[in-house]
Design a binder for this molecule. Structure first.
Ligand code: ADP
Ligand code: MG
Length: 341
């Protein structure tokens, strides 16, 4: 508590997709073990190190257990503000890592083995809360940032923009967001599904169901004061960032390119904050969290009192080389960022 803690950064390399295999794409990313990964290419050979690397063969369970996600759930129960975010190019496996393939097919439910970090965390949270026998109140809120507007994914009716405010005690917060109490796994999974279906997605060349917004699902864990222990309030926030992309590669135009521009703008703002935060504390200048809604909402997770896990996602294909290298550089920089939980 109060001590500087580094962001934990893990890397997941997805398998080649059928299309990539059919096209004969080369694999340019190789895990070397011990958290090291090598990218081989004519002029760009480079090795990067992370807290853990999950290669194409890694199961969803292995990612949950090896990423430190379980500890994060426990810390949220102890009253900390915890955040996990997935980032990487469009189509690199962010949504798959967080939710599994379930969010992508409405017809048949995914097999339990394919459930993502979110469902596994919910299970862990509910199990722990039962075994601790403590009096916990759980609730969820779910927001998306689409074209720099914040929308509530849980409130019924047409989407309306919610105001983002700042106060000395709370930092940045969203006014009037709905928070729904839940007590069972079915209830929270159904909130997740309802909300995900409201998210803005559009099909384009790189991914048939590409998320066009950043989505933040927050679980609020409140423990009531009992037997001399003060009440605690922790949060566990899952952030599914919209992918970075180059407009010409995805064949986006018109409304799509407006979306792409606001996605890229907020990712750029995030990257900028991360590179400033990565400097030693003494040499830090002002961090421009106010440059985008995304960075305002992530201010506590990145520079404040939160505990943060980053899951960088990449494709192993030679065709994605430049995006892959940029994700890897970005992720390596994030390893130097510290918070004070
Ligand atoms: P993103 O959210 O980063 O845009 P997705 O999670 O939608 O990307 O993944 C793109 C495609 O790749 C999807 O069809 C998904 O099912 C598949 N995919 C991603 N990661 C894996 C994985 N680890 N194993 C198998 N398929 C994966
Ligand atoms: Mg996605």
């Amino acid at each position: 508590e109060g001590r500087e803690t580094r962001l934990r950064v893990v890397l997941r390399v997805r398998p080649l997709t059928c299309t990539e295999t059919r096209r004969g794409d080369q694999q340019v990313v190789h895990s070397l073990g011990d958290g090291a990964v090598h990218v081989s290419a004519a002029r760009h050979g480079a090795t990067f190190g992370f807290s853990a690397v999950f290669d194409a063969g890694a199961s969803q369970e292995a990612v949950f257990e090896g990423s430190g996600m379980r500890q994060l759930v426990e810390l949220a129960m102890d009253g900390y503000s915890c955040t996990v975010f997935a980032f990487g190019q469009t189509g690199s496996g962010k949504t798959y890592t967080l939710m599994g393939p379930l969010a992508q097919s409405d017809t048949q439910p995914a097999s339990p083995a394919l459930l993502g970090l979110m469902q596994r965390s919910f299970t862990c949270l509910l199990e722990q809360s039962r075994s601790r026998g403590s009096d916990l109140a759980l609730s969820a809120s779910y927001l998306e940032i689409y074209n720099e507007q914040i929308r509530d994914l849980l409130s019924p009716g047409p989407p309306c923009a919610l105001p983002l405010r700042w106060s000395k005690t709370r930092g940045f917060y969203v006014e009037n967001q709905l928070s729904v109490e839940f007590e069972s796994l079915e209830a929270i999974v159904s909130l997740l599904l309802q909300g995900s279906q409201r998210r803005r997605t559009s099909a384009h060349a790189l991914n048939r169901h590409s998320s066009r917004s950043h989505a933040l699902l927050t679980i609020h864990v409140r423990s009531r004061a009992a037997g001399g222990c003060p009440s605690k309030q922790g949060t566990l926030c899952f952030v599914d960032l919209a992918g970075s992309e180059r407009v010409k590669e995805t064949g986006s135009s018109g409304e799509l390119s407006l979306e792409a521009n606001s996605i890229n703008r907020s990712l750029l703002a995030l990257g900028h904050c991360i590179s400033l935060l990565a400097k030693p504390r003494g040499k830090r200048t002002h961090i421009p969290y106010r440059d985008s809604k995304l960075t305002r909402l992530l201010a506590r997770s990145l520079g404040g009192s939160g505990i943060t896990l980053m899951v960088a996602c990449i494709s192993p294909s030679s065709r994605c080389l430049s995006e892959t290298l940029s994700t890897l550089h970005y992720a390596s920089r994030a390893r130097r960022v510290t918070t004070r939980p």
